[in-house]
Write a protein that binds this ligand. Sequence first.
Ligand code: RP5
Length: 165
Amino acid sequence: MVTMPPPLVAVVMGSDSDWSVMAHASAVLKEFGVEHEVQVVSAHRTPERMIAYGKEAAGRGIRCIIAGAGGAAHLPGMLAAVTTLPVIGVPVPLANLDGLDSLLSIVQMPAGVPVATVSIGGGRNAGILAVRMLAMTDPELASRLTDFAASLEASVAAKNAALSS
Ligand code: RP5
């Protein structure tokens, strides 16, 4: 029997309608080989489950939570209130207000309860930030991040070469 290693990162979102943004966080975690779980946890529709999820995450071995939500986006902040794990917030843009409502809901946290907020729709950067956090105690992951940075640099060099050819 194959036993999967336990997830290190939790990718959660207020609704499955947030998946088009949050899938980018999951995809980059997969690229880096980071075990993670993906769940819908709603601050408004499942408040008691959300509190239990946040309280139990560290005990299950989760090291970082990436939480995305749109509109009145209370999920990242409420999770940060019930855990001492780092929480990365992803503002999800909805049809109205283009995600500015989500951004302000997530970023304007009271002192003492931080949420590391990425840009509107910034699922990929949320995943990379989680990898950076884990890499602080994982030299293999740190090495992969160095290679990743080099690949970004090479991609710009290739674009410049194409422009000047
Ligand atoms: C938020 O309400 C969710 O994060 C989602 O962005 C938004 C709309 O949810 P649905 O009505 O599409 O389920 O809590």
